[in-house]
Write a protein that binds this ligand. Sequence first.
Ligand SMILES: [Zn+2]
Length: 477
Amino acid sequence: MTILDASKGYQKYFEEITKIPHGSAEEKQISDYLVQVAHDHNLKVVQDESNNVIIYKNASLGYEDHPAVVLQAHIDMVNEKNSSSNHDFSKDPLDLYIEDGFLKAHGTTLGADDGAGVAYILSVLTDPSLKHPHLIGLFTVNEEATMEGAFNLDMSLINAKRMINIDGEEEDASTTGSAGGMDIVIHHPITYIHAPAKGYALSIKGLLGGHSGGEIHKERGNSNKIIARLLHQCILKGDVQLESLKGGLKINAIPREADATFTSSLPESEVLDIINKTAIQIKKELEFTDEGLTITIEPCNINKVLDKDVSKKIIDFLYLVPTGLRHKSDHLNGLTTSSENIGIIDLQDETFEFGLSVRGALDSYVQDLADEIQTLAKVFGFSATTENWYPAWDYMEHSPMRDLMTKVYKETHDGKEIQMYAVHGGLECGIFKEKCPDMDIVAIGPNIYDVHTPDEKLDLKSFDRTYSFLCKYLENL
Ligand SMILES: [Zn+2]
């Protein structure tokens, strides 16, 4: 028995996909499945070394001289589940159900990001009744983690200059640009001195955090910066020696918690006074963005410490390193055009490591922010390495693909206008543009909510409407 309506190709394929494990970097099975679908329908197919799959479908009658169109989606999903779920992502099919018109999976992510796009493309490629130019179905691996599928793609397999990326999450909006970015890791060797003493445990909790691309403009508190500011205030009056300092879980998430243990040359009453006074100021500043913030300090026993100069350097660097929204655009509806996020701080036995991510709407912004941070690290004598660079998708002023999409959307949605905006997250489209600068790309998708969480849900009516819209668009291309 199926949950979805198997008479609709995209619904049938979506359900098939949810039976095949396909978390990021584990796409071999689903990649093979796509190859099988192509074989079953006598379509030419290429599976490359990364397990990207490219399927070709000839133009329908009368469209032979129309330029080809690429339909692109990523085949990996984010595997997240509730703590109470026994789901095994390596083998179990997702447990689908429908509630109030939404498709969901019990206890896990649904993978509508980007299974919806994959299902649409398979449905188009295997339906002989549709009208369209020559089509190239492009299915990429590992978008959610490294975008290596897009990076490794041999563009000579894609002989086209028009692309529809189907990885959107809002039916009434289309993406017109995305950020580039990179990660910067600051590190330095450290040595501890064993010196049992009385000290303090400082703890930051209750911040909202969020994605460092999508939510950095909300100017929420960053626990790593808050803890640096508090420790810095103590350093202005006396010595601080760190035992531990840890905050944040992911480089691309605004950190919500941070903890430090340390000793100070100041009397206890003064340390508590400085921390508590500064805490009141910070809470007032974040009153409207992070009302849940708590800052606590308690006496504790300390076993080992860093010397006071190294401790000061670490705290001062963290205090100075830029974080948060840097620039926004008046031209593009207040789009964040550059930002930084210090996502991770971690003192370990022999080294400390700070992880930052920087983003920009232009590659030059990214380079400039990275230079700035690397220069600051150099002043402190710390090492800085960059990794995971990805290019920006710069807004294209003149886009015939976008113009036609706007027109067809209006016709298929009772005269409503599709919204256009650029995003501050990274997308594979930036990589395709970098490889082929005159590629004209639009991005679409049905309504999907709570993506990357076990509450992820797909609006089934929107899933139907967006497919009709896609077919109509292809017919006009
Ligand atoms: Zn996606």
